[in-house]
Design a protein. Structure first.
Length: 164
């Protein structure tokens, strides 16, 4: 018998993997000047935002699995967009693998500059989905400003492509 809740969670992370892959593939075709595009209200240029997506996924994965998919001391600026695509494919795939198996109640305690902070695996998993959507949207805005047609990344588009 299947587990509908696990299947639903699985679809969220399958979608995240698909959306990241589609956008990173497109961004791998951009030139250096285009990758420097930024707009007010975004955390950086296209390249920095791609790096931020990958880095964030690595940290969320570390929360739920106990290990980073790559070393902490990466020189992000030395990575090509194709290498970032490989990295986001790895992190998104591993989040997908762990999504329905992670203990939602596992607590993580950290000391931040604002003081002690705690969160749970469920917090990290929701944040992984939100974080990806937020920053992919920012990149799509920058691409629009550049006049670069970007992929549609809504759940409807995912369903049409993956489950016609």
């Amino acid at each position: 018998m299947s587990n509908p809740q696990a299947e639903l969670i699985d679809k969220f992370f399958e979608y995240n993997l698909w959306a990241n892959t589609e956008l990173f593939k497109l961004c791998s075709t951009l030139n250096a000047d285009q990758l420097e595009m930024t707009v007010e209200g975004t955390p950086g240029n296209i390249r920095q935002t791609l790096e931020h997506i990958v880095s964030g996924e690595g940290h969320y994965l570390n929360h739920v699995s106990g290990s980073m998919p790559w070393p902490d001391d990466i020189d992000w600026g030395a990575k090509t967009i194709d290498q970032l695509l490989e990295m986001v494919t790895t992190s998104s795939s591993k989040l997908h693998e762990h999504a329905s198996q992670a203990d939602p109640h596992k607590r993580h305690d950290r000391v931040l500059d604002i003081g002690p902070y705690h969160f749970f695996n469920w917090t990290s998993m929701i944040q992984a989905i939100y974080h990806g959507i937020e920053h992919r949207t920012q990149i799509k805005i920058m691409l629009t400003k550049l006049g670069v047609e970007h992929p549609e990344l809504a759940s409807w588009d995912f369903r049409m492509e993956k489950y016609p």
